[in-house]
Write a protein that binds this ligand. Structure first.
Ligand SMILES: CCCCC/C=C/C/C=C\CCCCCCCC(=O)SCCNC(=O)CCNC(=O)[C@H](O)C(C)(C)COP(=O)(O)OP(=O)(O)OC[C@H]1O[C@@H](n2cnc3c(N)ncnc32)[C@H](O)[C@@H]1OP(=O)(O)O
Ligand SMILES: CCCCCCCC/C=C\CCCCCCCC(=O)OC[C@@H](O)COP(=O)(O)O
Length: 210
């Protein structure tokens, strides 16, 4: 049902690398998060047996919260790192027991400013604790067709790339920072490429025309 919103809004998806989802057993999928439109992009490529990590406030969104709850979304309290850590440790065991993939937005919040925010570390702890691969997914920038500040929302194309799995076998807690950084730079590079943006050393991004 969520997927059908793409026809209403005139969004087209060009997807590459779906075969990278074909890993044996569970994995952690990480993707960039620009807006609520990501829910359409999520449903466009959602693999089987995959649940998402969401902020707990979403649970209180009436019927939408109920659907998410019934769909298996794992709710975390972002204001309490210790609570979120406890929930995610439980997830590591469950994903192995039940052969489930877990989708995390490592930026931890929506960000439509034409770059990726620094990644939070929960997804990477999770993958290392469960010793499962990380599969990065990158969606190109929406800014050419969707910009609430400029009251812009027209039809547009979203390029999606499912990148190759990053193995975590043998990695330990002390490798989390390095793994996070590796994944971040690969995804950021891919984001700029898919969006046709030139990156700048200071972290801001500009289109070549600008
Ligand atoms: C029309 C009808 C519609 C019908 C409806 C249908 C709807 C669709 C159905 C389903 C779709 C659902 C989609 C849901 C999408 C939801 C999107 C969101 O909500 S995004 C926001 C929530 N997600 C996240 O925040 C995930 C990312 N965040 C993290 O991973 C964080 O790390 C954290 C676990 C929340 C902790 O946050 P904190 O700010 O404290 O982050 P740090 O990363 O800086 O961590 C601090 C510190 O703790 C260490 N740490 C972190 N995690 C762990 C861990 N698991 N184990 C051990 N240690 C951990 C981390 O390393 C840091 O320490 P240090 O600095 O020393 O390294
Ligand atoms: C004009 C925009 C129109 C949007 C059309 C949306 C089509 C999708 C239809 C229904 C899906 C409803 C599901 C709602 C789930 C919202 C998930 C989401 O994006 O949560 C925000 C959260 O991650 C981070 O929150 P903050 O950025 O920190 O606060």
């Amino acid at each position: 049902m969520v997927k059908t919103f793409k026809y209403i809004y005139g969004l087209r998806f060009e997807t590459k690398g779906l075969e990278n989802f074909q890993v044996e057993g569970p994995c952690v999928i990480v993707s960039n998060h620009q807006s609520i439109l990501d829910m359409i992009g999520l449903m466009e490529i959602l693999p089987d047996n995959c649940v998402q990590i969401g902020k707990k406030e979403l649970l209180y969104m009436g019927p939408v919260g109920l659907i998410m709850y019934l769909g298996g979304v794992i709710f975390i309290n972002r204001k309490s790192t210790s609570n979120a850590k406890t929930v995610m440790s439980g997830v590591a065991q469950t994903m192995l027991d039940e052969n489930v993939k877990v989708w995390v937005y490592p930026e931890g919040t929506r960000n439509g400013n034409g770059d990726l925010l620094p990644f939070k570390k929960g997804a990477f702890h999770l993958a290392i604790q469960a010793q499962v691969p990380i599969i990065p997914v990158v969606y190109s920038s929406f800014s050419s067709f969707y910009n609430p500040a400029k009251k812009l929302f027209i039809s547009g194309k979203i390029r999606v790339e499912v990148l190759q799995p990053i193995e975590t076998k043998g990695l330990k807690a002390e490798d989390v920072a390095d793994l996070t950084e590796r994944c971040y730079s690969t995804m950021r590079e891919t984001f700029f490429r898919l969006s046709g943006l030139a990156s700048e050393a200071n972290g801001s991004a500009q289109s070549p025309q600008q």
